[in-house]
Write a protein that binds this ligand. Structure first.
Ligand code: PHE
Length: 341
């Protein structure tokens, strides 16, 4: 019996080496150590032994069992480690491969500058309002003190889409809508697209953008207008920016001014950008005409206000040194992608 036990141990150890899966290992455990296994079968014959032999064979049988058990455990650890390694290899990522990127869109340069302007005006307490791009003659001209036969209509010839409907030629129409809907104090900007029957060239486009500003309250003076615009110019062009007013004419403001900013390129000395002038025109402005106020039901003896209209396209082309306004409207990705960053 001793020899049989020894033989089982040797056979089991040999068999273990050939086992290459967890199921095969389990089968082997059953074959040797299970209830119907070889070792159990031998132990069942122990009854036939002499009382002297029994403890010796019993001890040996226990030793064989624990040796086989230990070897099975050892193999189990090995097999698990091998399986894990295989899994890791199968799931391995090559981190040196280039990643899959999704193409992201970017903001149009006009929107970038517009967003900055909105931030500046919001920080000064302005609300942003919207107005329709298709306007009536009343809002675009008449209510702005430009009657049907007024020569100022020539400069703002636009596209008519019906007898009384036109594509707005200026965001100033939003002044009227705002004053009809709000009571003073009013502090709003209205950015948007405007249209004029202009020939296309490097500096003209039949579609362009303005940001209209309007402030109406008690005791608003030209000083408020100047202070406000000076602050805006410093925010856009830096703390050394200066502005100057030149007399001008708009039917809906009195007095009216053109506003120039010291050339951001040369600081006022004169260069190619400002064509030697040292100044660049950035907007039109003025004190809201009393006719316009009273037309909107606001008493000009009690209230006064100022308005301004900024050309967003000009701001954008000077900011990014864009030489041709057409680039802003052609949607050429080679141009637009330069602003993605
Ligand atoms: N709407 C004027 C234009 O398009 C600009 C402007 C706005 C002037 C507000 C004064 C006040 O030329």
């Amino acid at each position: 019996m001793k020899e049989q036990l020894q033989a089982i141990e040797t056979k089991a150890i040999m068999a273990l080496q050939a086992v290459d899966s967890l199921t095969a290992l389990d089968e082997l455990r059953v074959a040797y150590l299970g209830k119907k296994g070889e070792l159990t079968a031998i132990l069942k014959q122990m009854g036939g032994l002499t009382p002297e032999e029994r403890p010796i064979v019993g001890q040996l049988a226990n030793k064989v069992r624990s040796t086989i058990e230990a070897k099975i455990e050892e193999r189990l650890v090995q097999l698990k480690a091998e399986a894990e390694l295989k899994q890791f290899e199968a799931e391995a990522l090559d981190v040196t491969l280039p990643g899959k990127t999704t193409k992201q869109g970017g903001l149009h340069p006009l929107n970038r500058v517009l967003n900055d302007m909105i931030d500046i005006f919001k920080s000064m307490g302005f609300d942003v309002v919207d107005g329709p791009e298709i306007e009536t003659e009343y809002y675009n001209f008449e209510a702005l003190n430009i009657p049907a036969d007024h020569p100022a209509r020539d400069m703002q010839d636009t596209f008519y889409v019906g007898d009384d409907l036109l594509l707005r030629s200026q965001t100033s129409a939003a002044q009227i809508r705002t004053m009809e809907n709000r009571k003073p104090p009013i502090r709003v900007i209205c950015p948007g697209r405007v249209f004029r029957a202009d020939e296309v060239d490097a500096t003209h486009s039949p579609v362009f953008h303005q940001i209209e500003g309007l402030v109406v309250d008690k005791d608003i003076t030209m000083c408020d207008l100047k202070g406000c615009l000076e602050q805006v110019a410093r925010e856009i062009y830096g703390p050394d920016a200066k502005i100057k007013f030149r007399p001008s004419f708009f039917p809906f403001t009195e007095p009216s001014v053109e506003v120039d900013v010291s050339c951001p390129e040369c600081g006022g000395k004169g260069c190619r950008v400002c064509k030697g002038a040292g100044w660049i025109e950035i907007l039109g402005a003025g004190m809201v005409h009393p006719n316009v106020l009273s037309g909107c039901g606001i008493d000009p003896n009690e209230y006064s206000g100022f308005a301004f209209g900024i050309g967003l396209d000009r701001l954008t082309t000077t900011r990014y040194k864009i030489s041709d306004i057409r680039l802003l409207f052609e949607n050429d990705l080679r141009f637009l992608e330069q602003f993605d960053k």
